[in-house]
Design a binder for this molecule. Sequence first.
Ligand code: ME8
Length: 617
Amino acid sequence: MSTFYVTTPIYYPNSEPHAGNAYTTIAADVLARYHRLKGNKVCFLTGVDEHAANVYNAAKKEGLSPQAYCDKIAPTFVKLWERLNISHDIFFRTTSDLHKRGAQKFLNVLYDNGDVYKGKYEGYYCLSCEEFFSEKELTDEKICPVHKLPLQWLEEENYFFRLSKYQDRLLAHIHENPDFVYPVARRNELLNFLESGLQDVSISRASLSWGIPFPFDPEHIIYIWIEALSNYITALGYETSSEHYQTFWPADVHMMGKDITRFHALLWPAMLMAANLPLPKHIVGHGWLTKNGEALSKTRGIFIDMDGDIATYGVDAFRYYLLREFSFGNDGDYRPARLHARYNADLANDLGNLLNRVLGLVNKNFEAIPTPTTPGEFDDEVKEMAQTTVDKLDEHINTFAFDTALETIWEFVRRINRYIQQTQVWTLAKPETKPRMGTILYNSLEALRLISVLISPFIPETAEKIQKQIGLADFDTVAEWGCLPAGLTVSKGEPIFPRIDTKEQKQPQPEAAVSFADFQKLDLRVALILAVEPIEGADRLLKLQVDLGTEKRQVVAGIAEHYKPEALVGKQVIVVANLEPATIRNVESHGMILAGSGDSVVLATLETEMPLGTQVR
Ligand code: ME8
Protein backbone atom coordinates (compact mmCIF):
# COMPACT_ATOMS: atom_id res chain seq x y z
CA MET A 1 0.00 0.00 0.00
CA SER A 2 1.33 3.44 -0.90
CA THR A 3 1.37 6.21 1.64
CA PHE A 4 0.40 9.82 1.12
CA TYR A 5 1.25 12.65 3.50
CA VAL A 6 -0.31 16.06 2.81
CA THR A 7 -0.09 19.20 4.92
CA THR A 8 -1.54 22.70 5.06
CA PRO A 9 0.38 25.58 6.58
CA ILE A 10 -0.16 25.91 10.29
CA TYR A 11 -2.18 29.11 10.46
CA TYR A 12 -1.63 32.00 12.87
CA PRO A 13 -4.39 31.96 15.46
CA ASN A 14 -4.16 35.74 15.99
CA SER A 15 -7.79 35.81 14.90
CA GLU A 16 -10.40 33.38 13.64
CA PRO A 17 -9.78 31.61 10.31
CA HIS A 18 -10.83 33.23 7.05
CA ALA A 19 -11.68 32.06 3.54
CA GLY A 20 -8.04 32.13 2.41
CA ASN A 21 -7.19 29.55 5.07
CA ALA A 22 -10.29 27.60 4.05
CA TYR A 23 -9.22 27.59 0.40
CA THR A 24 -5.85 25.96 1.13
CA THR A 25 -7.36 23.49 3.56
CA ILE A 26 -10.12 22.44 1.15
CA ALA A 27 -7.54 21.86 -1.60
CA ALA A 28 -5.45 19.69 0.75
CA ASP A 29 -8.61 17.87 1.79
CA VAL A 30 -9.34 16.96 -1.84
CA LEU A 31 -5.90 15.38 -2.12
CA ALA A 32 -6.28 13.48 1.15
CA ARG A 33 -9.72 12.19 0.20
CA TYR A 34 -8.63 11.29 -3.32
CA HIS A 35 -5.71 9.23 -2.07
CA ARG A 36 -7.86 7.47 0.52
CA LEU A 37 -10.26 6.64 -2.30
CA LYS A 38 -7.39 5.06 -4.20
CA GLY A 39 -6.68 2.89 -1.20
CA ASN A 40 -3.55 4.71 -0.08
CA LYS A 41 -2.63 5.12 3.56
CA VAL A 42 -3.06 8.84 4.18
CA CYS A 43 -1.95 11.31 6.81
CA PHE A 44 -3.43 14.80 6.50
CA LEU A 45 -1.95 17.38 8.85
CA THR A 46 -3.21 20.86 9.63
CA GLY A 47 -2.94 23.08 12.68
CA VAL A 48 -2.04 26.41 14.18
CA ASP A 49 1.21 28.34 14.53
CA GLU A 50 0.85 29.70 18.01
CA HIS A 51 4.18 31.25 19.01
CA ALA A 52 3.80 34.25 16.72
CA ALA A 53 4.27 37.89 17.72
CA ASN A 54 0.90 38.71 16.18
CA VAL A 55 -0.70 36.15 18.52
CA TYR A 56 1.13 37.65 21.49
CA ASN A 57 -0.08 41.14 20.56
CA ALA A 58 -3.68 40.04 19.97
CA ALA A 59 -3.69 38.34 23.38
CA LYS A 60 -2.34 41.45 25.05
CA LYS A 61 -5.07 43.57 23.49
CA GLU A 62 -7.69 41.30 25.03
CA GLY A 63 -5.91 41.16 28.38
CA LEU A 64 -5.28 37.42 28.07
CA SER A 65 -2.11 35.38 28.34
CA PRO A 66 -0.94 34.22 24.90
CA GLN A 67 -1.68 30.63 25.89
CA ALA A 68 -5.21 31.46 27.05
CA TYR A 69 -5.76 33.40 23.84
CA CYS A 70 -4.60 30.44 21.72
CA ASP A 71 -6.81 28.11 23.74
CA LYS A 72 -9.72 30.35 22.78
CA ILE A 73 -8.92 30.74 19.07
CA ALA A 74 -7.56 27.28 18.15
CA PRO A 75 -11.01 25.63 18.55
CA THR A 76 -12.50 28.10 16.05
CA PHE A 77 -10.25 26.54 13.41
CA VAL A 78 -11.38 23.05 14.35
CA LYS A 79 -14.98 24.20 14.20
CA LEU A 80 -14.57 25.64 10.71
CA TRP A 81 -12.84 22.51 9.48
CA GLU A 82 -15.75 20.45 10.78
CA ARG A 83 -18.19 22.75 9.05
CA LEU A 84 -16.26 22.47 5.79
CA ASN A 85 -16.04 18.69 6.05
CA ILE A 86 -12.25 18.69 6.28
CA SER A 87 -10.95 15.16 6.88
CA HIS A 88 -7.64 15.97 8.59
CA ASP A 89 -6.01 13.23 10.62
CA ILE A 90 -4.07 15.60 12.90
CA PHE A 91 -4.92 19.08 14.11
CA PHE A 92 -1.60 20.16 15.51
CA ARG A 93 -0.87 22.92 18.00
CA THR A 94 2.65 24.23 18.33
CA THR A 95 2.15 24.83 22.05
CA SER A 96 1.91 21.05 22.48
CA ASP A 97 4.76 19.29 24.29
CA LEU A 98 5.20 16.97 21.33
CA HIS A 99 6.04 19.95 19.15
CA LYS A 100 8.19 21.75 21.72
CA ARG A 101 10.36 18.69 22.31
CA GLY A 102 10.56 17.91 18.59
CA ALA A 103 11.50 21.46 17.60
CA GLN A 104 14.24 21.56 20.24
CA LYS A 105 15.64 18.24 19.11
CA PHE A 106 15.64 19.44 15.50
CA LEU A 107 17.57 22.57 16.48
CA ASN A 108 20.09 20.52 18.41
CA VAL A 109 20.70 18.44 15.31
CA LEU A 110 21.28 21.57 13.17
CA TYR A 111 23.65 22.90 15.83
CA ASP A 112 25.53 19.62 16.22
CA ASN A 113 25.95 19.43 12.47
CA GLY A 114 27.67 22.81 12.51
CA ASP A 115 25.09 24.88 10.65
CA VAL A 116 24.13 27.22 13.50
CA TYR A 117 26.40 30.09 14.66
CA LYS A 118 26.05 33.28 16.72
CA GLY A 119 26.09 36.77 15.12
CA LYS A 120 24.42 40.18 15.14
CA TYR A 121 21.25 41.03 13.30
CA GLU A 122 19.58 44.30 12.47
CA GLY A 123 16.89 45.17 10.00
CA TYR A 124 13.27 46.07 9.29
CA TYR A 125 10.87 43.45 10.59
CA CYS A 126 7.17 42.82 9.94
CA LEU A 127 5.38 41.44 12.96
CA SER A 128 2.58 40.04 10.80
CA CYS A 129 4.85 38.25 8.31
CA GLU A 130 7.42 37.44 11.01
CA GLU A 131 10.06 38.29 8.47
CA PHE A 132 12.94 40.71 7.98
CA PHE A 133 12.89 42.77 4.78
CA SER A 134 16.03 44.00 3.11
CA GLU A 135 16.39 47.69 2.18
CA LYS A 136 16.13 46.84 -1.50
CA GLU A 137 12.67 45.32 -1.02
CA LEU A 138 11.35 48.49 0.69
CA THR A 139 10.36 52.05 -0.19
CA ASP A 140 11.34 55.10 1.92
CA GLU A 141 8.21 54.69 4.07
CA LYS A 142 9.45 51.26 5.30
CA ILE A 143 6.02 49.73 4.91
CA CYS A 144 5.51 45.93 4.76
CA PRO A 145 4.97 45.04 1.09
CA VAL A 146 2.42 42.39 2.10
CA HIS A 147 0.50 43.97 4.98
CA LYS A 148 1.05 47.66 4.11
CA LEU A 149 1.80 48.32 7.79
CA PRO A 150 4.84 50.13 9.25
CA LEU A 151 7.84 47.89 9.89
CA GLN A 152 9.85 47.78 13.10
CA TRP A 153 13.60 48.24 13.33
CA LEU A 154 15.10 45.27 15.17
CA GLU A 155 18.69 44.90 16.34
CA GLU A 156 19.95 41.99 18.36
CA GLU A 157 22.43 39.24 18.90
CA ASN A 158 21.11 36.17 17.13
CA TYR A 159 21.88 32.66 16.17
CA PHE A 160 22.13 32.17 12.44
CA PHE A 161 21.50 29.22 10.17
CA ARG A 162 23.94 28.73 7.30
CA LEU A 163 21.36 28.94 4.54
CA SER A 164 23.92 30.28 2.05
CA LYS A 165 25.81 27.01 2.28
CA TYR A 166 22.88 25.21 0.65
CA GLN A 167 22.39 27.56 -2.29
CA ASP A 168 23.98 25.26 -4.87
CA ARG A 169 22.30 22.12 -3.61
CA LEU A 170 18.92 23.85 -3.62
CA LEU A 171 19.44 25.13 -7.12
CA ALA A 172 20.45 21.67 -8.31
CA HIS A 173 17.48 20.08 -6.56
CA ILE A 174 14.97 22.43 -8.16
CA HIS A 175 16.58 22.00 -11.58
CA GLU A 176 16.71 18.22 -11.31
CA ASN A 177 13.16 17.88 -9.98
CA PRO A 178 10.92 19.90 -12.28
CA ASP A 179 7.84 18.95 -10.26
CA PHE A 180 9.27 19.87 -6.87
CA VAL A 181 7.56 23.27 -6.94
CA TYR A 182 4.08 23.84 -8.42
CA PRO A 183 3.01 25.69 -10.46
CA VAL A 184 5.76 26.55 -12.93
CA ALA A 185 5.38 30.30 -12.34
CA ARG A 186 6.25 29.78 -8.67
CA ARG A 187 9.21 27.62 -9.57
CA ASN A 188 10.55 30.34 -11.86
CA GLU A 189 10.14 32.98 -9.15
CA LEU A 190 12.18 30.80 -6.82
CA LEU A 191 14.89 30.13 -9.36
CA ASN A 192 15.23 33.87 -9.99
CA PHE A 193 15.45 34.50 -6.27
CA LEU A 194 18.02 31.76 -5.83
CA GLU A 195 20.19 33.09 -8.64
CA SER A 196 20.46 36.40 -6.79
CA GLY A 197 22.12 34.61 -3.86
CA LEU A 198 20.99 33.35 -0.46
CA GLN A 199 22.02 34.89 2.84
CA ASP A 200 22.21 33.16 6.19
CA VAL A 201 19.08 33.65 8.29
CA SER A 202 18.73 34.65 11.89
CA ILE A 203 16.91 31.89 13.73
CA SER A 204 16.68 33.15 17.30
CA ARG A 205 15.10 36.08 19.10
CA ALA A 206 16.42 37.43 22.39
CA SER A 207 13.87 40.21 22.80
CA LEU A 208 10.78 38.00 22.79
CA SER A 209 9.47 35.75 25.51
CA TRP A 210 6.57 33.98 23.71
CA GLY A 211 8.15 31.00 22.01
CA ILE A 212 10.17 27.85 22.47
CA PRO A 213 13.54 28.35 24.21
CA PHE A 214 16.74 27.47 22.42
CA PRO A 215 17.85 24.09 23.73
CA PHE A 216 21.46 25.24 24.14
CA ASP A 217 20.80 28.88 25.12
CA PRO A 218 17.51 29.45 26.98
CA GLU A 219 17.98 33.26 26.78
CA HIS A 220 16.85 32.97 23.17
CA ILE A 221 13.67 31.66 21.67
CA ILE A 222 13.53 29.85 18.34
CA TYR A 223 12.61 32.09 15.40
CA ILE A 224 9.00 31.32 14.58
CA TRP A 225 9.57 30.18 11.00
CA ILE A 226 12.21 27.64 11.97
CA GLU A 227 9.96 26.32 14.68
CA ALA A 228 6.86 26.38 12.49
CA LEU A 229 8.35 24.55 9.53
CA SER A 230 9.55 21.78 11.80
CA ASN A 231 5.90 21.06 12.69
CA TYR A 232 5.67 18.90 9.58
CA ILE A 233 7.98 16.37 11.22
CA THR A 234 7.34 17.00 14.92
CA ALA A 235 3.62 16.30 14.44
CA LEU A 236 4.49 12.82 13.15
CA GLY A 237 6.68 12.04 16.15
CA TYR A 238 10.11 13.08 14.89
CA GLU A 239 11.36 13.39 18.46
CA THR A 240 11.18 9.66 19.08
CA SER A 241 11.44 8.67 15.43
CA SER A 242 8.05 7.03 15.90
CA GLU A 243 6.57 4.50 13.52
CA HIS A 244 4.16 7.15 12.28
CA TYR A 245 7.07 9.41 11.43
CA GLN A 246 8.89 6.62 9.65
CA THR A 247 5.78 5.74 7.68
CA PHE A 248 4.93 9.20 6.43
CA TRP A 249 8.06 11.33 6.16
CA PRO A 250 8.95 12.71 3.60
CA ALA A 251 5.71 14.56 2.86
CA ASP A 252 4.15 14.11 -0.55
CA VAL A 253 2.59 17.56 -0.69
CA HIS A 254 3.04 20.75 1.32
CA MET A 255 0.06 22.85 0.23
CA MET A 256 0.08 26.63 0.80
CA GLY A 257 -0.45 30.09 -0.65
CA LYS A 258 2.19 31.77 -2.76
CA ASP A 259 3.12 34.13 0.10
CA ILE A 260 5.02 31.43 1.94
CA THR A 261 6.33 29.24 -0.87
CA ARG A 262 9.82 30.61 -0.48
CA PHE A 263 10.05 29.48 3.15
CA HIS A 264 8.90 26.01 2.15
CA ALA A 265 10.91 25.55 -1.01
CA LEU A 266 14.22 27.05 0.16
CA LEU A 267 14.57 27.44 3.93
CA TRP A 268 12.78 24.22 4.87
CA PRO A 269 14.63 21.97 2.39
CA ALA A 270 17.95 23.56 3.43
CA MET A 271 17.16 22.77 7.08
CA LEU A 272 16.29 19.21 6.14
CA MET A 273 19.51 18.89 4.16
CA ALA A 274 21.40 20.16 7.21
CA ALA A 275 19.71 17.51 9.33
CA ASN A 276 20.31 14.80 6.71
CA LEU A 277 16.60 14.19 6.26
CA PRO A 278 14.77 13.51 2.99
CA LEU A 279 12.99 16.43 1.29
CA PRO A 280 9.24 16.77 0.70
CA LYS A 281 8.20 15.76 -2.81
CA HIS A 282 5.98 18.66 -3.87
CA ILE A 283 5.64 22.24 -2.70
CA VAL A 284 2.40 23.67 -4.06
CA GLY A 285 1.89 27.43 -3.85
CA HIS A 286 -1.55 28.50 -5.01
CA GLY A 287 -2.66 32.03 -5.88
CA TRP A 288 -4.41 34.64 -3.77
CA LEU A 289 -8.09 34.67 -3.23
CA THR A 290 -9.14 38.28 -3.48
CA LYS A 291 -12.32 40.17 -2.70
CA ASN A 292 -13.14 42.88 -5.16
CA GLY A 293 -9.56 42.68 -6.33
CA GLU A 294 -8.02 43.15 -2.85
CA ALA A 295 -6.09 40.51 -0.92
CA LEU A 296 -7.97 39.01 2.03
CA SER A 297 -6.34 40.09 5.22
CA LYS A 298 -6.98 39.52 8.88
CA THR A 299 -4.86 42.56 9.62
CA ARG A 300 -6.78 44.85 7.25
CA GLY A 301 -10.28 43.41 7.84
CA ILE A 302 -11.01 42.27 4.26
CA PHE A 303 -12.93 39.01 4.29
CA ILE A 304 -15.40 36.78 2.48
CA ASP A 305 -18.77 36.00 4.09
CA MET A 306 -18.28 32.23 4.28
CA ASP A 307 -21.05 31.70 6.83
CA GLY A 308 -23.61 33.55 4.74
CA ASP A 309 -22.72 31.83 1.49
CA ILE A 310 -22.58 28.39 3.11
CA ALA A 311 -25.96 29.01 4.76
CA THR A 312 -27.46 29.86 1.35
CA TYR A 313 -25.78 27.35 -0.94
CA GLY A 314 -24.42 24.63 1.35
CA VAL A 315 -20.89 23.50 2.11
CA ASP A 316 -20.48 21.50 -1.07
CA ALA A 317 -21.43 24.39 -3.32
CA PHE A 318 -18.86 26.54 -1.52
CA ARG A 319 -16.18 23.86 -1.91
CA TYR A 320 -17.16 23.31 -5.53
CA TYR A 321 -17.06 27.00 -6.38
CA LEU A 322 -13.61 27.56 -4.88
CA LEU A 323 -12.11 24.59 -6.69
CA ARG A 324 -13.93 24.92 -10.02
CA GLU A 325 -13.88 28.64 -10.56
CA PHE A 326 -10.19 29.47 -10.18
CA SER A 327 -7.20 28.11 -11.93
CA PHE A 328 -5.33 26.80 -8.90
CA GLY A 329 -1.97 28.52 -9.31
CA ASN A 330 -3.47 31.91 -10.21
CA ASP A 331 -5.19 34.55 -8.13
CA GLY A 332 -8.97 34.39 -8.13
CA ASP A 333 -11.53 37.03 -7.31
CA TYR A 334 -14.36 35.70 -5.12
CA ARG A 335 -17.72 36.82 -6.48
CA PRO A 336 -20.97 35.67 -4.84
CA ALA A 337 -22.80 36.13 -8.17
CA ARG A 338 -20.51 33.54 -9.76
CA LEU A 339 -21.09 31.12 -6.87
CA HIS A 340 -24.80 31.59 -7.47
CA ALA A 341 -24.41 30.97 -11.20
CA ARG A 342 -22.27 27.86 -10.72
CA TYR A 343 -24.73 26.51 -8.16
CA ASN A 344 -27.67 26.78 -10.52
CA ALA A 345 -25.90 25.78 -13.72
CA ASP A 346 -23.42 23.05 -12.73
CA LEU A 347 -24.90 21.65 -9.54
CA ALA A 348 -28.67 22.14 -9.74
CA ASN A 349 -29.03 21.86 -13.49
CA ASP A 350 -26.33 19.54 -14.86
CA LEU A 351 -25.96 17.16 -11.93
CA GLY A 352 -29.06 17.56 -9.75
CA ASN A 353 -31.53 17.40 -12.63
CA LEU A 354 -29.80 14.41 -14.16
CA LEU A 355 -30.13 12.40 -10.97
CA ASN A 356 -33.71 13.45 -10.52
CA ARG A 357 -34.69 12.66 -14.05
CA VAL A 358 -33.14 9.19 -14.05
CA LEU A 359 -34.61 8.27 -10.66
CA GLY A 360 -38.00 9.54 -11.79
CA LEU A 361 -37.92 7.30 -14.87
CA VAL A 362 -36.80 4.26 -12.87
CA ASN A 363 -39.55 4.80 -10.30
CA LYS A 364 -42.19 5.28 -12.94
CA ASN A 365 -41.30 2.25 -15.02
CA PHE A 366 -39.54 -0.32 -12.80
CA GLU A 367 -39.80 -1.81 -9.32
CA ALA A 368 -36.04 -1.59 -8.78
CA ILE A 369 -32.83 -0.95 -10.72
CA PRO A 370 -33.31 -3.01 -13.93
CA THR A 371 -30.80 -5.53 -15.22
CA PRO A 372 -28.95 -4.31 -18.32
CA THR A 373 -29.95 -6.92 -20.91
CA THR A 374 -30.11 -4.96 -24.14
CA PRO A 375 -27.04 -3.05 -25.30
CA GLY A 376 -27.50 -0.44 -28.00
CA GLU A 377 -26.32 2.75 -29.61
CA PHE A 378 -24.14 5.11 -27.53
CA ASP A 379 -23.57 2.58 -24.70
CA ASP A 380 -19.98 1.84 -25.64
CA GLU A 381 -19.19 5.49 -26.10
CA VAL A 382 -20.48 6.23 -22.59
CA LYS A 383 -18.50 3.34 -21.08
CA GLU A 384 -15.34 4.44 -22.84
CA MET A 385 -15.81 7.97 -21.64
CA ALA A 386 -16.23 6.67 -18.09
CA GLN A 387 -12.75 5.16 -18.27
CA THR A 388 -11.11 8.20 -19.89
CA THR A 389 -12.73 10.40 -17.25
CA VAL A 390 -11.20 8.31 -14.47
CA ASP A 391 -7.77 8.45 -16.14
CA LYS A 392 -7.86 12.15 -16.90
CA LEU A 393 -9.01 12.94 -13.38
CA ASP A 394 -5.96 11.17 -11.99
CA GLU A 395 -3.68 13.21 -14.21
CA HIS A 396 -5.29 16.50 -13.24
CA ILE A 397 -5.27 15.77 -9.52
CA ASN A 398 -1.63 14.75 -9.67
CA THR A 399 -0.82 18.13 -11.20
CA PHE A 400 -3.10 20.05 -8.80
CA ALA A 401 -5.36 21.23 -11.64
CA PHE A 402 -8.55 21.06 -9.58
CA ASP A 403 -10.58 23.21 -11.96
CA THR A 404 -9.77 21.01 -14.95
CA ALA A 405 -10.38 17.92 -12.84
CA LEU A 406 -13.91 19.09 -12.08
CA GLU A 407 -14.50 20.18 -15.66
CA THR A 408 -13.48 16.67 -16.76
CA ILE A 409 -16.07 15.11 -14.45
CA TRP A 410 -18.71 17.58 -15.61
CA GLU A 411 -18.04 16.78 -19.26
CA PHE A 412 -19.05 13.25 -18.34
CA VAL A 413 -22.12 14.52 -16.45
CA ARG A 414 -23.15 16.46 -19.54
CA ARG A 415 -22.47 13.42 -21.74
CA ILE A 416 -24.94 11.39 -19.68
CA ASN A 417 -27.52 14.16 -20.01
CA ARG A 418 -26.98 13.90 -23.76
CA TYR A 419 -27.23 10.10 -23.63
CA ILE A 420 -30.70 10.45 -22.10
CA GLN A 421 -31.57 12.94 -24.80
CA GLN A 422 -30.11 10.98 -27.72
CA THR A 423 -31.76 7.70 -26.73
CA GLN A 424 -35.07 9.44 -25.92
CA VAL A 425 -35.30 6.92 -23.12
CA TRP A 426 -38.60 8.29 -21.82
CA THR A 427 -40.31 7.13 -25.05
CA LEU A 428 -39.24 3.49 -24.61
CA ALA A 429 -41.78 2.32 -22.02
CA LYS A 430 -43.66 0.10 -24.52
CA PRO A 431 -43.25 -3.65 -23.85
CA GLU A 432 -41.09 -4.26 -26.92
CA THR A 433 -38.60 -1.49 -26.04
CA LYS A 434 -38.74 -1.76 -22.26
CA PRO A 435 -35.63 -3.96 -21.94
CA ARG A 436 -33.68 -1.30 -23.83
CA MET A 437 -35.17 1.36 -21.57
CA GLY A 438 -34.02 -0.64 -18.55
CA THR A 439 -30.51 -0.90 -19.95
CA ILE A 440 -30.23 2.82 -20.65
CA LEU A 441 -31.47 3.63 -17.15
CA TYR A 442 -29.08 1.09 -15.62
CA ASN A 443 -26.21 2.67 -17.54
CA SER A 444 -27.26 6.15 -16.46
CA LEU A 445 -27.40 5.08 -12.83
CA GLU A 446 -24.04 3.35 -13.12
CA ALA A 447 -22.66 6.58 -14.58
CA LEU A 448 -24.15 8.49 -11.66
CA ARG A 449 -22.61 6.01 -9.20
CA LEU A 450 -19.24 6.48 -10.85
CA ILE A 451 -19.70 10.26 -10.86
CA SER A 452 -20.50 10.13 -7.15
CA VAL A 453 -17.22 8.30 -6.52
CA LEU A 454 -15.23 10.77 -8.60
CA ILE A 455 -16.77 13.87 -7.00
CA SER A 456 -16.43 12.51 -3.48
CA PRO A 457 -13.02 14.12 -2.81
CA PHE A 458 -14.43 17.50 -3.87
CA ILE A 459 -18.02 17.45 -2.61
CA PRO A 460 -18.27 14.50 -0.24
CA GLU A 461 -21.72 15.23 1.15
CA THR A 462 -23.26 15.28 -2.32
CA ALA A 463 -21.47 12.07 -3.25
CA GLU A 464 -23.08 10.32 -0.28
CA LYS A 465 -26.51 11.74 -1.03
CA ILE A 466 -26.35 10.44 -4.61
CA GLN A 467 -25.37 6.94 -3.51
CA LYS A 468 -28.13 6.86 -0.90
CA GLN A 469 -30.69 7.90 -3.49
CA ILE A 470 -29.46 5.21 -5.87
CA GLY A 471 -30.04 2.73 -3.06
CA LEU A 472 -26.48 1.84 -2.06
CA ALA A 473 -26.28 1.13 1.65
CA ASP A 474 -22.53 1.73 2.22
CA PHE A 475 -20.46 4.23 0.33
CA ASP A 476 -19.10 2.47 -2.75
CA THR A 477 -15.63 3.68 -3.73
CA VAL A 478 -14.97 1.66 -6.88
CA ALA A 479 -13.95 3.97 -9.71
CA GLU A 480 -14.65 1.45 -12.45
CA TRP A 481 -17.56 0.90 -14.80
CA GLY A 482 -20.01 -1.90 -14.11
CA CYS A 483 -20.16 -2.25 -10.34
CA LEU A 484 -23.73 -1.18 -9.68
CA PRO A 485 -25.86 -4.15 -8.61
CA ALA A 486 -29.24 -4.42 -10.35
CA GLY A 487 -32.27 -4.89 -8.10
CA LEU A 488 -31.59 -2.03 -5.66
CA THR A 489 -34.58 0.04 -4.63
CA VAL A 490 -33.97 3.65 -5.52
CA SER A 491 -35.37 6.56 -3.53
CA LYS A 492 -37.99 8.99 -4.74
CA GLY A 493 -35.24 11.47 -5.46
CA GLU A 494 -35.29 14.63 -3.38
CA PRO A 495 -33.49 17.37 -5.36
CA ILE A 496 -29.89 17.41 -4.10
CA PHE A 497 -29.44 21.02 -5.22
CA PRO A 498 -32.82 22.76 -5.26
CA ARG A 499 -32.64 25.71 -7.64
CA ILE A 500 -32.09 29.00 -5.85
CA ASP A 501 -33.46 32.20 -7.27
CA THR A 502 -32.19 35.38 -5.70
CA LYS A 503 -35.01 37.56 -4.41
CA GLU A 504 -33.77 40.65 -6.14
CA GLN A 505 -33.51 38.77 -9.41
CA LYS A 506 -35.80 40.45 -11.88
CA GLN A 507 -38.26 38.23 -13.70
CA PRO A 508 -37.58 38.72 -17.40
CA GLN A 509 -40.21 41.06 -18.78
CA PRO A 510 -41.71 40.01 -22.11
CA GLU A 511 -40.53 42.37 -24.83
CA ALA A 512 -43.05 44.33 -26.88
CA ALA A 513 -44.69 42.08 -29.53
CA VAL A 514 -43.05 41.90 -32.98
CA SER A 515 -44.93 41.00 -36.13
CA PHE A 516 -44.40 37.60 -37.72
CA ALA A 517 -43.06 39.41 -40.77
CA ASP A 518 -40.43 41.08 -38.57
CA PHE A 519 -39.48 37.78 -36.99
CA GLN A 520 -39.09 36.25 -40.45
CA LYS A 521 -36.45 38.83 -41.26
CA LEU A 522 -34.05 36.97 -38.98
CA ASP A 523 -31.94 34.39 -40.75
CA LEU A 524 -31.14 31.74 -38.12
CA ARG A 525 -28.93 28.88 -39.27
CA VAL A 526 -27.39 25.70 -37.88
CA ALA A 527 -23.60 26.05 -37.83
CA LEU A 528 -20.61 24.04 -36.64
CA ILE A 529 -17.83 25.56 -34.53
CA LEU A 530 -14.55 24.84 -36.29
CA ALA A 531 -11.99 26.77 -34.24
CA VAL A 532 -11.94 29.04 -31.20
CA GLU A 533 -9.37 31.51 -29.92
CA PRO A 534 -9.32 33.90 -26.99
CA ILE A 535 -9.17 37.62 -27.77
CA GLU A 536 -6.28 39.37 -26.13
CA GLY A 537 -7.32 41.95 -23.58
CA ALA A 538 -10.97 40.83 -23.60
CA ASP A 539 -11.57 38.27 -20.84
CA ARG A 540 -15.19 37.67 -21.77
CA LEU A 541 -14.84 37.30 -25.54
CA LEU A 542 -13.93 34.46 -27.85
CA LYS A 543 -13.24 34.51 -31.59
CA LEU A 544 -15.03 31.62 -33.32
CA GLN A 545 -14.74 30.26 -36.85
CA VAL A 546 -18.03 28.61 -37.83
CA ASP A 547 -19.19 26.58 -40.81
CA LEU A 548 -22.66 27.44 -42.14
CA GLY A 549 -22.63 24.68 -44.74
CA THR A 550 -22.41 27.09 -47.67
CA GLU A 551 -19.75 29.38 -46.21
CA LYS A 552 -17.39 29.85 -43.26
CA ARG A 553 -17.68 32.87 -40.97
CA GLN A 554 -15.89 34.56 -38.10
CA VAL A 555 -18.06 35.42 -35.11
CA VAL A 556 -17.21 37.06 -31.78
CA ALA A 557 -19.13 35.72 -28.77
CA GLY A 558 -19.17 36.88 -25.13
CA ILE A 559 -18.95 33.39 -23.68
CA ALA A 560 -15.32 33.09 -22.53
CA GLU A 561 -16.30 32.99 -18.85
CA HIS A 562 -18.59 30.05 -19.46
CA TYR A 563 -16.89 27.88 -22.04
CA LYS A 564 -13.32 26.81 -22.59
CA PRO A 565 -12.23 27.16 -26.24
CA GLU A 566 -11.44 23.45 -26.55
CA ALA A 567 -14.89 22.49 -25.23
CA LEU A 568 -16.57 24.44 -28.04
CA VAL A 569 -14.89 22.98 -31.09
CA GLY A 570 -17.19 20.47 -32.83
CA LYS A 571 -20.40 21.79 -31.24
CA GLN A 572 -23.41 22.64 -33.39
CA VAL A 573 -24.89 26.04 -32.61
CA ILE A 574 -27.46 28.44 -33.96
CA VAL A 575 -26.15 31.57 -35.68
CA VAL A 576 -27.98 34.78 -36.56
CA ALA A 577 -26.60 34.84 -40.08
CA ASN A 578 -27.91 38.17 -41.35
CA LEU A 579 -26.80 40.41 -38.49
CA GLU A 580 -24.92 43.52 -39.57
CA PRO A 581 -21.17 42.89 -39.35
CA ALA A 582 -19.51 44.60 -36.40
CA THR A 583 -15.97 45.16 -35.17
CA ILE A 584 -15.58 44.21 -31.53
CA ARG A 585 -12.21 44.92 -29.86
CA ASN A 586 -10.65 45.20 -33.32
CA VAL A 587 -12.00 41.80 -34.34
CA GLU A 588 -14.60 41.48 -37.08
CA SER A 589 -17.79 39.61 -36.25
CA HIS A 590 -20.17 38.36 -38.95
CA GLY A 591 -23.15 37.09 -37.03
CA MET A 592 -24.15 36.11 -33.53
CA ILE A 593 -24.35 32.83 -31.64
CA LEU A 594 -27.59 32.22 -29.72
CA ALA A 595 -27.40 31.31 -26.06
CA GLY A 596 -29.58 31.22 -22.98
CA SER A 597 -28.39 34.11 -20.88
CA GLY A 598 -29.29 34.35 -17.20
CA ASP A 599 -27.31 33.33 -14.12
CA SER A 600 -25.15 31.42 -16.50
CA VAL A 601 -24.76 31.36 -20.25
CA VAL A 602 -25.69 28.18 -22.11
CA LEU A 603 -25.42 27.79 -25.89
CA ALA A 604 -28.67 27.12 -27.78
CA THR A 605 -28.46 23.88 -29.79
CA LEU A 606 -30.91 21.65 -31.62
CA GLU A 607 -32.09 18.55 -29.81
CA THR A 608 -30.31 16.36 -32.34
CA GLU A 609 -27.77 17.36 -34.92
CA MET A 610 -28.95 18.60 -38.37
CA PRO A 611 -27.20 19.42 -41.66
CA LEU A 612 -25.16 22.63 -41.50
CA GLY A 613 -27.01 25.67 -42.83
CA THR A 614 -30.47 24.31 -41.91
CA GLN A 615 -32.79 27.23 -41.21
CA VAL A 616 -34.11 27.58 -37.65
CA ARG A 617 -37.54 29.12 -37.20
O1 ME8 B 1 1.75 32.18 7.03
N1 ME8 B 1 -5.91 33.54 -0.54
O2 ME8 B 1 0.08 31.62 8.53
P1 ME8 B 1 -1.15 32.49 8.01
C1 ME8 B 1 -5.55 32.28 -0.48
N2 ME8 B 1 1.83 30.58 10.15
N3 ME8 B 1 -4.95 31.72 0.58
C2 ME8 B 1 -4.72 32.48 1.63
C3 ME8 B 1 -5.07 33.83 1.65
C4 ME8 B 1 -5.69 34.36 0.49
N4 ME8 B 1 -6.06 35.60 0.41
N5 ME8 B 1 -4.70 34.35 2.83
C5 ME8 B 1 -4.15 33.33 3.53
C6 ME8 B 1 1.36 31.64 8.05
N6 ME8 B 1 -4.16 32.21 2.81
C7 ME8 B 1 2.32 30.79 8.84
C8 ME8 B 1 2.54 29.49 8.11
S1 ME8 B 1 3.62 27.06 7.89
C9 ME8 B 1 4.95 26.26 8.51
C10 ME8 B 1 3.54 28.58 8.75
C11 ME8 B 1 -3.68 30.89 3.24
O3 ME8 B 1 -2.20 32.38 9.05
C12 ME8 B 1 -2.51 30.47 2.39
O4 ME8 B 1 -2.37 29.09 2.50
O5 ME8 B 1 -0.72 33.84 7.59
C13 ME8 B 1 -1.36 31.13 3.10
O6 ME8 B 1 -0.15 30.52 2.76
C14 ME8 B 1 -1.76 30.88 4.54
O7 ME8 B 1 -3.19 31.02 4.56
C15 ME8 B 1 -1.11 31.85 5.49
O8 ME8 B 1 -1.65 31.66 6.75
